[in-house]
Ligand binder design. Structure first.
Ligand code: HSE
Length: 426
């Protein structure tokens, strides 16, 4: 039976989950995969953590050099997270000809080109199923399941922390800060929640996934990003009345006009499949020109779901000695021929607080008309002490026209505040 030696760099939540799956299922993998997988080495600063997992002392390495010089290690699993020292360790492992499996979205997103160049040079594997949407096998779906297609679009909820927060706000009427605290308490959100709540985590994943989906390098810099920190309970309540739920969406489109990649909160129809993805769950819908729509749903984080993706990469590496890399030239920047669409088209929900005076509505409508933004619905709410809330839904229109409209509205003395701008994706 083929033997496969694994090293794990980092024994945090995901490293621990990976170790557990590999050890608990050792006999099962022998039977089903015809692979005898053994954890031969671990690199973990907190030695006690390794010992607590039952790892023998002689398998606890004291440096990356010790790991990569171990001839019984075939696959190095990097689950440290962040760019450094993960990047240096991964490069060293690849330089020594070891296959690398990583869950590190930031590293893959920012340094994929250099990691892949090194992997190619050494004929080593570079696998990162766990970097995007945890246990949901979206990468293998794109690379091994839907290659027959030109992928036209990819839409998903690819960050569980923000989905948990938005679901909590919607179901319990809590405000953003309360929902964030609860997410932190449950271990979904980190002490510094910026990467999740400002949409960086989703943008890293969208950069990787859209590159794979559209067979083009889509760098992070080309992904439009907006987080959830400005979403209020009022927005959610207005959305509910209009038949919408709010989600942090990652959207990638590949059209004749070019590539469109964006992460931002959006209203989606309450009866859509994506609206039913709640709590910390993730989902991704891809549309291919032959297969049509395919939707995957599951856990995007956690020890065992992410460990599941890592172990599936280890098994893949063990069973596929021929190595596959990206289907496009993997460079730092986007290819010069790639056209990006930043002035994208969608519908908009705009909430203003305005002066209660005759003629204000027509003046506001005039500004929308000036920039060619057609209105679908205008609702005036009851007067509050600071003015009249006005909710506007537009027809499909250009992003830049809406931004120019809002700039003008902000400068009007009858407009006390522009409270929200939320895209509506139907
Ligand atoms: N922090 C991520 C999330 C999981 O909340 O979905 C890891 O990418």
């Amino acid at each position: 039976m083929k033997k496969l030696g694994v090293a794990i760099l980092g024994l945090g939540v995901v490293g621990g989950g990976t170790y557990k799956i590999l050890t608990d299922n050792k006999e099962y993998f022998k039977k089903t995969q015809k692979l005898d997988i053994t954890v031969e080495s671990v690199l973990e600063r907190n030695k006690q953590r390794a010992l607590d997992l039952g790892i023998e002392e002689d398998k606890i390495a004291s440096s990356i050099e010790e790991v990569i010089s171990n001839p019984s290690v075939d696959v190095v699993v990097e689950v440290i997270g962040g760019v450094e020292p993960a990047r240096t360790f991964v490069l060293k492992a690849l330089m020594s000809g070891k296959t690398v499996v990583t869950s590190n979205k930031e590293l893959v997103c920012k340094h994929w080109y250099e990691l892949e160049a090194e992997a190619k040079k050494m004929n080593a594997g570079l696998l990162f199923e766990a970097s995007c949407v945890g246990g949901v096998p979206i990468i293998r779906t794109l690379t091994e399941g839907t290659q027959a297609n030109r992928i036209l679009s990819l839409v998903g909820i690819i960050n569980g922390t923000t989905n948990y927060i938005l679901t909590k706000m919607e179901k319990e009427g809590t405000d953003y800060q309360t929902a964030l605290k609860e997410a932190q308490h449950l271990g979904y959100a980190e002490f510094n929640p910026t990467a999740d709540v400002e949409g960086f985590d989703a943008a890293y994943k969208l950069s990787i996934l859209s590159s794979l989906a559209f067979s083009k390098r889509i760098p992070l810099e080309n992904v439009y990003r907006e987080g959830i920190t400005k979403i209020t309970g009022e927005d959610i309540a207005y959305g509910k009345k209009l038949g919408y739920k709010i989600k942090l969406l990652a959207i990638g489109k590949n059209t004749d006009a070019g590539i469109e990649v964006r992460v931002h909160p959006a209203f989606v129809p309450v009866d859509s499949m994506i609206a039913s993805v709640n709590d910390s769950f993730n989902a991704v819908k891809i549309t291919g020109d032959s297969v049509g729509e395919v939707m995957l749903y599951g856990r995007g984080a956690g020890a065992l779901p992410t460990g599941s993706a890592i172990v599936s990469d280890i098994i893949f590496a063990g069973k596929h000695p021929e190595i596959s890399y990206a289907t496009f030239e993997n460079t730092k920047e986007a290819d010069k021929s790639t056209k990006f669409v930043s002035d994208f088209t969608t519908k908009y929900f705009i909430r203003l607080t305005v002066e209660d005076k005759s003629g204000v509505l027509s003046k506001i409508a005039g500004v929308f008309a000036k920039y060619g933004v057609s209105l679908k619905e205008v609702k005036q709410d009851v007067y509050k002490e600071n003015g009249v809330p006005l909710v506007i839904i537009t027809h499909e229109t250009q992003e830049f026209s809406v931004r120019k409209t809002l700039e003008k509205l902000e400068a009007m003395e009858e407009v006390f505040s522009v409270d929200s701008l939320i895209r509506v994706e139907e």
